[in-house]
Design a protein around this ligand. Structure first.
Ligand code: MSP
Length: 526
């Protein structure tokens, strides 16, 4: 079975991660956990981009070699952040690894053999922040007349050197035809339109090597130059799954089963690299094109892209230490429409945590387990006959889970989560209206109380499964409190497409009241 293959950008290790980086990785993690719980085979890759001028300068400033610099930051910051946000990636690639270096050299050798590489002089404005030669329309003029990068707000540097060029211009028509035939290969629509208009203006050749940079992968045919950092980095998606390996080796089989990527997740700032340069490179080497590039928006601070350069980066731990990893994942995936920009604010996050998680879901779970303990000694009762109230909840669950599945598969996480949340709200309303605490006062209502308790617990069973890709730790804990791990097995193996089938949690399930799923938080400023 071919794997559903999802990638994040590989992050520059010039500095430690901020929540903008964690945002993309979280989205990929929610998507791949959802797909895994649909029973699909999945491969989820993330990693780091270690070469180039930006990293070299950071190492110089830190007084260490680039290799020492990247080794330290990867161990102390970039691998740990995956734990901080509870990412279940299958692999982590570093561009300094041998598997990558060899694959990159093989790839460019092939492109050169195919006639798409030539030597030439180049002079132009370069932004080290972007690691990119800027085209005439890409720079803005500052107050003093200087040329600035619009992404980093910093002056560009004029570079002039002799290096090797990639014949990007040869692929204009092929890429236009590809995207016309595959209109969902770049999403959202705004990104698709941006790529199409860039292509329709015509592509110009672009340098693929650097003679003035030493920290990189040497060209196979000229060891005085290194591969331009982007044309090294993009290849990680292929080298990590075995590009260039002997087809009969395990790595070769991996490539056959995994490539092409199903989704490259990227921030909108690096769309052109992924939707224009990368597929052109693949066409030049005769490799199949990825199925989709999805460009999400930026996390903004004061209306501008959050970044270390602008000194507006917030580290993921600052948030997870207070709210927990699951609330971090829930908040960023539900409060911001994936594909659009969004602003983070501590107040908004606190308000949603309290309303939707602590009061909404957490309260429902603790009421349920407390009542089964109190009224039925912790053993889930068998339900009696369903009334309209139960039937309509069951029907709602069917439609909610179908809509959530469609939205999550379409990377519309906020809509998907919104559907699940609407079911949580409906169950809370059901509890209020059916008043189990009143039923419990009269033995004559025993069977009705059984039905109500069962309905709440079984609804929570479905909610735990549907929310597990978003909030793996708390939903595992809810699953245990419902006794579902003992009766139904591990939650990670519970199918999201089967979640709405009513009656899975058997009577007699041992229900226990555990710790609050979402404890009430102290005000950090109090
Ligand atoms: N190394 C390149 C990518 C190479 S991929 C072959 C790079 N690295 S980066 O560290 O600067 O940023 C990578 C990604 O981090 C962005 O595309 C985006 O996914 C994420 N983000 C960085 N800042 C962000 C925000 N402020 N908001 C949302 N995402 C952001 O570019």
């Amino acid at each position: 079975m071919a794997a559903y293959y999802v990638t994040t950008p590989i992050y520059y290790v010039n500095d430690a991660p901020h929540i903008g980086h964690a945002y993309t990785t979280t989205a990929g993690d929610v998507l791949t956990r959802w797909r895994r719980q649909r029973g699909e085979k999945v491969w989820y890759l993330t990693g780091v981009d270690e070469h180039g001028t930006k990293v070299q300068r950071a190492a110089d400033a830190g007084g260490v070699t680039p290799q020492e610099w990247v080794d330290r930051l990867v161990d102390q910051a970039w691998r740990p952040v995956l734990e901080t946000i509870d990412a279940a990636n299958d692999d982590f690639i570093r561009t300094t690894e041998t598997r990558h270096r060899e694959g990159v050299r093989r790839f460019w050798e092939r492109v050169r053999e195919n006639g798409y590489v030539y030597e030439a002089d180049y002079e132009g404005p370069y932004c080290v922040g972007c690691e990119e030669f800027k085209l005439p329309g890409d720079v803005i003029t500052g107050e003093g007349g200087e040329q600035l990068c619009p992404v980093h707000g910093r002056p560009v540097e004029m570079l002039s050197e002799t290096n090797y060029f990639f014949k990007l211009s040869a692929f204009t028509d092929a890429l236009i035809a590809h995207y016309e035939a595959n209109p969902t290969a770049v999403e959202p629509v705004s990104a698709y339109n941006e790529v199409m208009s860039f292509l329709k203006a015509g592509l110009v050749d672009i340098s693929m090597s650097r003679s003035s940079v030493s920290w990189g992968i040497g060209l196979p045919w000229d060891d005085k130059q290194v591969v331009y950092v982007w044309f090294d980095a993009l290849l990680n998606y292929a080298t990590a799954v075995g590009y260039g390996a002997d087809p009969d080796s395990p790595e070769g089989a991996m490539f056959a089963n995994t490539w092409p990527a199903d989704v490259h997740l990227v921030g909108k700032d690096i769309l052109r690299f992924h939707a224009v340069y990368w597929p052109a490179m693949l066409l030049a080497a005769g490799v199949e094109l990825p199925r989709k590039v999805f460009a999400h928006g930026w996390l903004l601070v004061g209306g501008e892209k959050m970044s270390k350069t602008r000194l507006t980066g917030i580290s993921p731990e600052q948030i997870t230490d207070h709210f927990g990893a699951d609330a971090f994942r829930y908040y960023f995936m539900s409060a911001i429409n994936f594909g659009q920009d969004g602003s983070f604010s501590w107040e908004d996050m606190s308000a949603r945590y309290t309303a939707e998680l602590a009061n909404g879901l957490g309260n429902l779970a603790s009421r349920c387990t407390a009542m089964v303990q109190r009224y039925r000694e912790g053993s889930l009762p068998a339900p009696g006959e369903s009334t309209d109230a139960e039937k309509s909840l069951q029907q709602m669950l069917v439609s909610v889970s179908e809509k959530a599945d469609a939205a999550m598969c379409a990377l519309d996480f906020s809509t998907g989560i919104g559907h699940i949340r609407s079911f949580v709200d409906a169950v809370n309303l059901y509890v209020t209206e059916s008043e189990p605490w009143v039923l419990a006062k009269d033995e004559a209502n025993a069977q009705r109380l059984d039905t109500v308790l069962y309905t709440i617990a079984e609804s929570l069973r479905a909610i735990a499964v549907l929310y597990h890709p978003v909030m793996p730790t708390t939903m595992r804990s809810l699953w245990q409190q419902l006794g579902a791990d003992r009766m139904l097995g591990p939650i990670g193996e519970a199918s999201v497409v089967d979640a709405a089938r009513w009656g899975q949690l058997p009577a007699g399930a041992p229900v226990t009241k555990g710790d609050a799923l979402f404890p009430r938080l102290e005000d950090p400023d109090a």
